[in-house]
Design a protein around this ligand. Structure first.
Ligand code: SAM
Length: 283
């Protein structure tokens, strides 16, 4: 590869665990640019040291990115070449970099991606769930109410859902998903990808919650959660959590038949199915 082009911002993906996953091009760019903007310079120092790269680094993280991007864009406009990296994987994917990239592009700076590892894509590629269309949701809100509202908004999504999750919140998130999407919905937990304890486990949400609850090792390390989208046919034949909630509210004021008819109009679930479900619940 020839020397990096002057005044170019390279967005460089780094490994998500296995250091062999860095590309030859990424190594060359990192070694040859004038400056590396890193999410955490101390963390990335270990990566650079491993590859004998001595390029100077400056911090570029969530807390300073808006202010630091101004100075970085000035340096780019003055002709320096710069690489942006995050702690792991592809910058801007649930990681800092958006403000710098946007600012650089608005200033007319050339922005070049140097692609590589990304946990969401690695997980999707090995999960065995439909992958022709998918939705990347990043991290769910930490608070239970906000998380339930977000999941509710996704309940009718037919595409495969991809989430990042912190290990200490994994179990409660899977339980919340089972509650909103239904325990039978298929899911895959992809944990510690490319590392020694890599685990890719597929099961229904209810089974997955059980598995995680009984094996605390599954609540360690880094993980991606994938959930199959709503199956159109199954969806029509299922009474989702939101329909159940509304039906229970209405049945307090109306006969079951009327309540079921109203819920059918609101949520699109078949009236007879709602009526049947109501009878089963003793409503
Ligand atoms: N930019 C990164 C990427 O391209 O994947 C993601 C950064 S985000 C701050 C970190 C989250 O990504 C973790 O909490 C986890 O959900 C997921 N992740 C990162 N590395 C992973 C790995 N080796 N195995 C499973 N999930 C991983």
């Amino acid at each position: 590869m020839s020397d990096p082009v002057m005044g170019t911002l390279y967005v460089v993906a780094t490994p998500i665990g296995n250091l062999q996953d860095i590309s030859e091009r990424a190594r060359q760019v990192l070694a040859r640019v004038n400056l590396i903007a890193a999410e955490d310079t101390r963390h990335s120092a270990r990566l650079l040291e491993h590859f004998n790269i001595t390029t100077p680094m400056v911090p570029c993280h969530d807390h300073n990115e808006r202010t630091s991007s101004n100075a970085l864009v000035q340096r780019l406009l003055a002709g320096e070449s710069l690489a942006l990296i995050s702690d792991a994987g592809t910058p801007l994917v649930s990681d800092p970099g958006y403000h710098l990239v946007r600012h650089a592009r608005l200033a007319g700076v050339r922005v070049v991606p140097v692609p590589g590892a990304c946990a969401a894509i690695a997980a999707l590629s090995a999960a065995g769930l439909p992958s022709d269309r998918f939705v990347f949701e990043g991290f769910l809100p930490a608070r239970s109410n906000a998380r339930a509202a977000r999941l509710q908004a996704l309940a009718q999504e037919a595409r495969t859902l991809v989430f990042y999750e912190a290990p200490h919140r994994l179990l409660e998130s899977v339980l919340a998903m089972a509650e909103v999407f239904g325990g039978e919905r298929q899911a895959v937990l992809a944990r510690e990808l490319t590392k020694t304890f890599e685990t890719i486990h597929g099961a229904s949400l209810a089974e997955l919650a059980q598995w995680i609850a009984t094996d605390s090792n599954q609540q360690r390390g880094e993980c991606v959660l994938l959930v199959e989208g709503l199956n159109e046919k199954a969806g029509k034949d299922a009474v989702d959590a939101e329909s159940q909630r509304i039906l229970k509210l209405l049945v307090a004021e109306l006969p079951l038949k009327k309540a079921a008819a109203l819920v059918a109009q609101i949520t699109g679930v078949r009236k007879n199915l709602l009526y049947q479900w109501g009878l089963e619940q003793g409503l």
